[in-house]
Design a protein around this ligand. Structure first.
Ligand code: NAD
Length: 358
């Protein structure tokens, strides 16, 4: 019996987590789900979108399966997703992007692993609102220290990148490569412009790479990386990136394998792991039983592997792969056109997978 914290999330979260829960149970593995709500509704009821009970549950169970949670744009509460990753020190966001036969993709046989640093960079949450005392003080300090002028009507976000966090994320990428017989790690950065943050990331990555001489190492500037991924994705294997580039490049890579509906993810630390799709809460589809649950199911497959249920993971992966290959019981995003009348619903997809497993 595996005790797992289940966070349905908001927007389309509850629909896709329910679908993932059903297919995971259909593998025959026993789960005891500790259901913990978080997000927009919880904020209205409990005054915080991430109550302590959610964190306590994950600390107790060590593993969580999580639906997406909305972050208000520009104002309101800060991202629950970022807070969760920082509070539990889930320093690695692991996002495999693998194409399945039958999915609508520009290229065949894409198999990329994105290793995104999850705790610092511009996501550190150190920000100063335009005109605030903090912003004024920083503008004044920078003028005093190096004579540079920042306009007084500027908002400021700070981008810290440390040796500590870079070492452990790059080590994670190499250890992953070693364990999974991958041949190359590419560090992605903008060290030509941000010499002391991205420059540090690159310098530390080069140092760590020396300890893994049997795995090829290279680096790419992030803008070039985006172009290369669109034109020649087959040249790349494991990518390791600071937080912001990791976020953006993950969605680009998801686009290469057929869209966000197929891109899973895991937030992993030394003690805890939270499995969730790359995509967000897609609020406009909320409650319509319409979106693709496969990214969430694939995140569940990553979770099965993490908890040692390898046979169940393979069984579920094979069932999912065959549904994609046949192309009948798939949602609108995987049909030739989005308005295809034969598109399956979220729950239809779960039913089809369950039928295939049993
Ligand atoms: P989104 O990923 O929610 O959706 C973008 C578009 O991608 C959707 O409109 C839809 O067309 C498509 N899409 C997403 N998931 C799909 C699925 N399962 N099946 C089919 N199509 C799918 O991105 P957004 O609109 O930028 O973000 C919405 C909210 O989600 C925001 O509040 C954002 O902050 C939040 N978010 C949360 C997480 C998380 O919980 N980890 C991650 C990203 C975004």
């Amino acid at each position: 019996m595996h005790k797992i914290t289940l966070i349905p999330g908001d927007g389309v979260g509850p629909e896709i987590t329910e679908a993932a829960k059903r297919v995971l149970e259909a593998t025959g593995v026993s789960f005891e789900w500790d259901i913990q709500n978080a997000g927009e509704e919880v904020y209205k009821q409990e005054g915080t979108p991430l109550p302590d009970r959610v964190l306590e549950s994950i600390r107790k169970n060590k593993i969580a399966l999580k639906g997406p949670i909305t972050t208000p744009v520009g104002s309101g509460f800060r991202s629950v997703n970022v807070l969760l990753r920082q509070t539990l020190d889930l320093y690695c966001c692991l996002r495999p992007c693998k194409s399945y036969a039958g999915a609508k993709t520009r290229y065949k046989n894409i198999d990329l692993i994105i290793v995104r640093e999850n705790t610092e960079d511009l996501y550190a949450g150190i920000e100063y609102q335009k005109g605030s005392e903090g912003a004024k003080s920083i503008i004044e300090s920078i003028r005093r220290i190096n004579g540079k002028t920042i306009r007084v009507d500027s908002g400021i976000s700070i981008k810290p990148i440390s040796v500590y966090a870079t070492e452990r994320i790059v080590r994670f990428a190499f250890e992953y490569a070693k364990k999974n017989k991958r041949h190359k790690v590419t560090a992605v950065h903008k060290a030509n412009i941000m010499k002391y943050s991205d420059g540090l990331f690159l310098e530390v990555a080069r140092e760590v790479a020396k300890k893994y001489s049997d795995i090829e190492f290279e680096d790419k500037i992030v803008d070039n990386m985006c172009m290369q991924l669109v034109q020649k994705p087959g040249l790349y294997d494991v990518l390791v990136l600071p937080n912001l580039y990791g976020d953006i490049v993950s969605d680009l890579a998801a686009g290469l394998i057929g869209g966000l509906g197929l891109a899973p993810g895991a937030n992993i630390g030394d003690e805890f792991a939270v499995f969730e799709a790359t995509h967000g809460s897609a609020p406009k589809y909320r409650g319509l039983n319409k979106v693709n649950p496969m990214a969430m199911v694939l995140s569940g497959i990553m979770m099965l592997r993490h908890i040692g249920e390898i046979t169940a993971a393979e069984k579920l992966n094979n069932a999912l792969a065959s549904i994609i290959k046949v192309g009948k019981s798939v949602t609108y995003d995987m049909k030739p056109t989005p308005d295809d009348p034969t598109a399956a619903t979220t729950s239809d997809v779960a039913d089809a997978i369950i039928k295939k497993i049993s």
